[in-house]
Design a binder for this molecule. Structure first.
Ligand code: FAD
Length: 470
């Protein structure tokens, strides 16, 4: 392979961080090779993360809507049922089409793709155990580590990906569990819990902390939990998993209050462990070249994504910062730009976060709790979706928009949106934060009618003045 010639850039890992960095580097005229061990590009996100989960969220939402709301809209049919194999097939097709699409982008941009596991021999030499056998040495003036993250297990619980599953197994169950226990109320647990609850599973979410999605604005979080409870998801917060017994047909889980106390037992057909993700550097040979990692295994980098070893960079889930695909992509672009001698820029304070349940919850910037803690004087404007004509017209009016602005200047500090398509609506807020806009700037921007986005405008009006429609 031409991967054995000297490259300007070698990227280890073909996830959203790595493949985007490789394409950008090639676009900037640098000779680039990307090494990926999975046999498919797109990383966690495309193969076992963002994309398959969104495919199943959409399919399960359609089923749930067909069962629960179509009749109200005058759309009637006699029988609705789930063909799980077909549903999984649709998801798999989406994944494989997109994966091949990235291979196409590599060809178009002349990125060399080496399939295998990469390991540092020196700061400029990577030995690759090829998937098809044999070993190749790939050389590069600059190396970008984009090896991402992996499922974090829990002590004493063995994941078999059949009955005790990680998110990967939860995306590929062959039967709808009657009872599903989700350990961990982060966004992945809630999204996967939603999928199976919609398809008919009785879902219980067990969480050690007192709250679901700890990064979320408190007020939004409370309403969000209530809406999920209305969808029949059960929450056991401040609860610790003590033991999981899989010796019988029904899994038995022993739990106790996080603070200690009486133990009780729960039963399940399937248990999903979604207690977070860990940076992945296993078998990478970091020790061979002296790249440092922190206490939890992340690779610290400077403002130009350089590790402590010259010529070796790191991006995405394997470095500190939000563990999200779009953040990894931004890292990848900026890192390639720095290597090419240009300027790059990523602002981790303005990375939007989205939970793709129904309704979706999207946020960017600071929560009210964070603003309070920083001692900033602030104003809050809120607008409920009940006052939004589009939401009412489609009978999908759960949720609200909340904007937090600096009292003195009206500068927008944080925006939190809970409604259908909140993940699409959030970007005008991201832009507002990027340009240091005020809530009045958003309110005086003409928004099309009737759209859900008008709720953002009205929340902005409520921040510095008064809304019209509530
Ligand atoms: P990864 O995507 O993990 O890619 C790293 C790649 O490197 C892997 O393919 C791995 O095989 C390869 N690799 C590792 N070591 C080596 C080696 N030594 N040699 C060769 N190759 C190697 N994020 C969002 O923004 N939105 C979402 O909706 C979302 N949903 C998610 C749902 C689930 C169920 C999960 C698990 C994650 C989700 N995420 C989501 C998170 C997202 O997937 C990650 O933040 C993102 O994939 C990180 O990108 P990355 O490029 O840093 O790493």
């Amino acid at each position: 392979a031409s991967g054995s010639d000297e490259n300007d850039v070698v990227v280890i890992g073909g996830g959203p961080g790595g493949y985007v960095a490789a394409i950008k580097a090639a676009q900037l005229g640098l000779k680039t090779t990307c090494i990926e061990k999975r046999g498919a590009l797109g990383g966690t996100c495309l193969n076992v993360g963002c994309i398959p989960s969104k495919a199943l969220l959409h399919s399960s939402h359609m089923y749930h809507e067909a069962k629960t709301t179509f009749a109200k809209h005058g759309v009637k049919f006699d029988n609705v049922s789930v063909d799980l194999a077909e549903m999984m097939g649709q998801k798999d097709k989406a994944v494989s089409t997109l994966t091949k699409g990235i291979e196409g982008l590599f060809k178009k941009n002349k990125v060399t793709y080496v399939k295998g596991h990469g390991k540092f021999l020196s700061p400029s030499e990577i030995s690759v155990d090829n998937i098809d056998g044999g070993t190749t040495v790939v050389k590069g003036k600059n190396i970008i580590i984009a090896t991402g993250s992996d499922v974090k297990g829990l002590p004493g619980i063995t994941i078999d990906e059949k009955r005790i599953v990680s998110s990967t197994g939860a995306l590929a169950l062959t039967e709808i569990p009657k009872k599903l226990i989700v350990i961990g109320a982060g966004y992945i647990g809630l999204e996967m819990g939603s999928v199976w609850a919609r398809l008919g599973s009785e879902v219980t979410v067990v969480e050690f902390a007192p709250d679901i999605v700890p990064s979320m604005d408190g007020e939004i979080r409370k309403q969000f939990q209530r809406l999920l409870e209305k969808q029949k998801m059960k929450f056991m917060l401040k609860t610790k998993v003590v033991a999981v017994d899989t010796s019988t047909d029904i899994i038995k889980m022993t739990i106790e209050p996080s603070a200690g106390g009486d133990q009780t037992e729960l039963e399940a057909d399937v248990v999903l462990v979604s207690a977070g993700r860990s940076p992945f550097t296993s078998g990478l040979g970091l020790e061979n070249i002296g790249v440092e990692t922190d206490k939890i295994g992340r690779i610290p980098v400077d403002s130009k994504f350089s590790t402590n070893v010259k010529g070796v960079f790191a991006i995405g889930d394997v470095i500190p910062g939000p563990m999200l695909a779009h953040k990894a992509e931004e890292d990848g672009i900026a890192c390639a730009e720095f290597i090419a001698g240009k300027e790059g820029h990523v602002d981790y304070d303005k990375v939007p976060g989205v939970v793709y349940t129904h309704p979706e919850v999207a946020s960017v910037g600071k929560t009210e709790e964070q603003v309070k803690e920083l001692g900033i004087a602030y104003t809050v404007g809120k607008f409920p979706m009940l006052g939004n004509s589009r939401a009412k017209s489609i009978d999908d009016a759960d949720g609200l928009v909340k904007i937090i602005a600096e009292k003195e200047t009206d500068k927008v500090l944080g925006v939190h949106i809970m409604c259908s398509n909140a993940g699409e609506l959030i970007h005008e807020a991201s832009l507002a934060l990027t340009y240091d806009a005020s809530s009045e700037d958003i309110a005086r921007t003409c928004h099309a009618h009737p759209t859900l986005s008008e709720a953002v405008k009205e929340a902005a009006m409520a921040t510095y003045d008064k809304p019209i429609h509530i």
